[in-house]
Write a protein that binds this ligand. Structure first.
Ligand code: GDP
Length: 196
C-alpha cells in the first residue's frame, strides 16, 4: 500500500457521518499523547497529516484519510484525557465502541501505547471491545527511543504476557517515530490487513 498517498477526506463527529461501510479500513487508536499523530505522520511520510500537539485531547473527531478508492486510514480520537468532561468522555466511549464493534469494513486496529505506560484501563477496554468482535489488534509500544535495550525487552515481554489474557491474538512491537524504528514491521502488518 502507498501510505504516502494518504489524503484527508473528512472528520466525523459521529459514526453515522463516516463514508459508506465499504472497502477496507485500518484504524489507529490510543490514549492522548501516546504518539498516535506522530506514528500516522511517520507511516504516511507527511509532516502534518495528523496534527501532533503538546495539548493532549484536542482531536474530537474521527479523521478519515483515503489511501486509494478502496482503502482508508482512520484516526480515532485520543482517549483518557483527564480534563474532558464526564459527558464528553461517555459520548466518545460510545462512539468508539460502536465504531470498533459495528464497522464491517474495519480490518484491523493499531493501538498506540507509550512504551513506559502501556495497557492502562482505557487501553484494556479497547482490547476487550476488539476481542468481543474478533477484530485483530496490533499494539505499537511508542517512544521506544526513550528506553534502553534491556528496559525495552522487558516492556515488550510484559505487554505480551498481559495481552495473552486480554486479546490472545493481538500482536505487539516497539516503535519510535523519532528514530523511525519499527516501521517495516508496522507496514508488514498493515499491508496484510489491506490485502486480506
Ligand atoms: P497523540 O496525542 O497520541 O497524537 O501524540 P503525538 O503524536 O502528538 O505525540 C505526543 C508527544 O509525544 C509529542 O510531544 C511528540 O513529540 C512525542 N512523541 C511522539 N512520538 C515520539 C517518539 O517516537 N519518540 C519521542 N521521544 N517522542 C515522541
Amino acid at each position: 500500500m502507498h501510505y504516502q498517498k494518504a489524503k484527508y477526506l473528512l472528520g466525523a463527529a459521529k459514526i453515522d457521518q463516516l463514508p459508506p461501510d465499504e472497502g477496507i479500513e485500518v484504524a489507529f487508536a490510543g490514549r492522548s499523547n501516546a504518539g498516535k499523530s506522530s506514528a500516522l505522520n511517520t507511516l504516511t511520510q507527511q509532516k502534518s497529516l495528523a496534527r501532533t500537539s503538546k495539548t493532549p485531547g484536542r482531536t474530537q473527531l474521527i479523521n478519515v484519510f483515503t489511501l486509494d478508492d478502496n482503502a482508508r486510514l482512520i484516526d480515532l480520537p485520543g482517549y483518557g484525557y483527564a480534563k474532558v468532561s464526564e459527558s464528553t468522555k461517555q459520548m466518545w466511549q460510545q462512539e468508539l465502541s460502536r465504531y470498533l464493534q459495528e464497522r464491517q469494513c474495519l480490518r484491523g486496529l493499531v493501538l498506540l501505547m507509550d512504551m513506559r505506560h502501556f495497557l492502562k484501563e482505557t487501553d484494556q477496554q479497547m482490547l476487550s471491545w476488539a476481542y468481543d468482535v474478533g477484530l485483530p489488534v496490533h499494539c505499537l509500544l511508542s517512544k521506544s527511543d526513550k528506553l534502553k535495550q534491556g528496559a525495552k525487552a522487558k516492556a515488550l515481554a510484559q505487554c505480551k504476557k498481559q495481552l495473552k489474557e486480554l486479546h490472545p491474538e493481538a500482536t505487539v512491537q516497539a516503535f519510535s517515530s523519532l528514530k523511525k524504528q519499527g516501521l517495516d514491521q508496522l507496514l508488514a502488518k498493515m499491508d496484510a490487513w489491506y490485502s486480506d
